[in-house]
Design a protein around this ligand. Structure first.
Ligand SMILES: [Zn+2]
Length: 235
């Protein structure tokens, strides 16, 4: 296992971008629904430079690779929002095909390494995930071409769940969904932590677009108005 890094700089020009400036015109996102639990895998790339990251390749590596190859994308990082099998099941194959580095928070390493066991308990099978290359922490940056993303540690659904924020878009994994939040009854789940993470996320600018780990997209404004968990955070 490798060391944690504070700042990740990868190929492409490093242009100053305001995280809060709204969605970049050069950022493209491909959303792919994968696997029996219908996880959202996101391929996020700078359309000018073709530099890309893949967020949560949960299953169906072939489907993900077809999308990557279609646009001749250069994938530098595979970012795991957390270690559950339905988000990491295709990490091994996508890493093998692209040579990308795998990033995850250290508090989800145990879950990541034992993801196959959780999958088996659901009657499913995944390819054993490789050793992560990078352990990301709160405040770390991932730079892809002209795109910049900031890492937010948002425990609750799992101990080391992360969200990625950049160009006005928040990739929330299983922390927040449209109208809902991630379950806390799996190993390492914690309702009090989830409440804190939820409060942190809904303090983002209201026009922030949310791209969650399952289900449809949303906005912070929409979640403040409709998410049932808003009522739970004061309890
Ligand atoms: Zn999960």
């Amino acid at each position: 296992m490798n060391f944690a890094v504070k700042t990740i700089i990868i190929m492409g020009s490093l242009m100053p971008l305001d995280y809060y400036a709204g969605r970049s015109t050069t950022m493209k996102v491909k959303s792919i629904i994968v696997g029996p639990i219908k996880s959202n895998c996101y391929i996020v790339y700078d359309e000018k430079s073709s530099d890309a990251i893949v967020i949560d390749p949960g299953d169906e590596a072939g489907k993900i690779m077809r999308e990557i190859d279609e646009d001749h994308l250069k994938v530098h990082y595979i970012v795991c929002t957390h270690g559950h099998f339905d988000h990491i099941g295709a990490v091994a194959e996508v890493k093998k095909e692209t040579g990308a580095k795998v990033a995850i928070n250290k508090k989800d390493i145990e879950i990541y390494k034992h993801a196959g066991e959780l999958a088996a308990s659901w009657g499913l099978h995944i390819v054993e995930p490789p050793e992560p290359d990078l352990l990301v922490e709160d405040g770390d940056e991932i730079v892809v071409g002209s795109l910049q993303f900031k890492v937010f540690i948002t425990p609750g659904h799992s101990p080391g769940g992360i969200c990625l924020y950049g160009q006005g878009v928040l990739f929330t994994g299983d922390t927040i969904f449209a109208g809902s939040v991630g379950r806390t009854d799996l190993y390492g789940g914690d309702m009090e932590e989830l409440k804190k993470s939820f409060v942190r996320l809904i303090s983002f600018p209201s026009d922030t677009e949310i791209l969650p780990g399952h289900g449809s997209s949303s906005t912070i404004k929409e979640e403040k108005a409709t998410n049932f968990f808003v009522r739970r955070i004061s309890i």
